[in-house]
Design a protein around this ligand. Structure first.
Ligand SMILES: [Zn+2]
Length: 305
């Protein structure tokens, strides 16, 4: 997929709690932005139909903001991927989307093609084109939030892989004795170093319901259980990211998601990465994202068709 930089673009970022839209002018500036809550329902068919309608309505509303006579591309980032054979959604943590021809149905409703990509790939692309990893050839984008995802960009293009799972770093099984992940494997990276994974591991070990933020706070205050858990977290991060770098040897790694705000990742975490990667003098820049929450929606705009 070639990124066209000289047109108007609509980007939609579909998340578990909100759907965001942006309209980008040819110079890259955002001329319209809007957020709505993601419709959720215990009935998965009702939820799917409501999400599809919400995205369609949001696109129509954003198209209304396009200056007269202009055309635009439309791209959507989703928490999941499009299976290349069936063209249906797979591996989505919004489970109502799974096995649904979401892209094709939206294209039929809109009467035009649209781009659709994994949201972590959109994040990696945005940071690679216009964010913290701008100018690096091969960029691995890590998202550490409630879950753990990733995406790979080479020369400003997403590399999605034969099965559209390139960069799905969160589901390496790193601990066969670990917690069961929603994907079915035991001890995935996501169960170790995502916000939710850390909170569950802490509760299992210490019997206390702490968020990752509270654990970090406790570490700073010298609380022994928090110090122990946080040191384990940093070690897990180093082992998981070190292994990843040994496989790909990217030119830069950029981290997004709420967990990326933990400053020790870029000091203690990088030291651990050097211990675990297959090169003791590793120089790979481990960067904090510069686009924040906006990376997903900007990346979605960049993958439009
Ligand atoms: Zn998993």
């Amino acid at each position: 997929m070639t990124v066209n930089k000289k047109n108007w673009k609509i980007g939609i970022d579909l998340g578990g709690t909100k759907i965001e839209t942006v309209l980008l002018a040819p110079d890259g500036s955002a001329t319209h932005r809007e957020r709505i809550p993601t419709p959720r329902d215990s009935d998965l068919q009702i939820e799917y139909d409501s999400i599809r309608k919400a995205v369609f309505d949001l696109i129509q509303h954003t198209l209304d903001k396009l200056p007269g006579g202009k055309t635009c591309t439309i791209g959507i980032g989703i928490p999941g991927t499009i299976n290349k054979q069936t063209r249906k959604v797979q591996n989505s943590n919004i489970t109502s989307l799974d096995k649904k021809p979401f892209q094709q149905e939206l294209e039929q409703l809109l009467g035009r093609p649209i781009g659709m990509e994994n949201d972590a790939n959109c994040f990696a692309l945005a940071e690679s084109i216009n964010g913290a990893a701008k100018g690096f050839h091969m960029v691995f984008g890590i998202i550490m939030g409630s879950g753990c995802g990733g995406g790979l960009c080479i020369n400003g293009q997403i590399h999605s892989g034969e099965h559209s799972i390139a960069g799905e770093w969160g589901h390496f099984s790193v601990d066969p004795l670990g917690e069961r992940c929603y994907c079915g494997n035991l001890g995935c990276v996501e169960t170790k170093i995502s916000g939710n994974g850390m909170a569950r591991a802490f509760e299992a070990q210490y019997g206390k319901k702490f968020t990752l933020e509270q654990i970090v706070q406790g570490y700073h205050n010298g609380k022994p259980d928090c110090v122990k858990a946080f040191e384990q977290f940093i070690d897990d991060f180093g082992r998981c990211a070190g292994g990843l770098i040994s496989v790909l040897d990217p030119d830069a790694v950029v981290i997004g998601g709420g967990v990326s705000n933990i400053k020790e990742l870029y000091t203690l975490g990088v030291e651990k990465i050097r211990n675990y990667a297959y090169h003791r003098d590793l120089q790979t820049p481990i960067l904090k994202n510069s686009l924040g929450d906006s990376a997903g929606v900007f990346g979605a705009a960049w993958i439009g068709r």
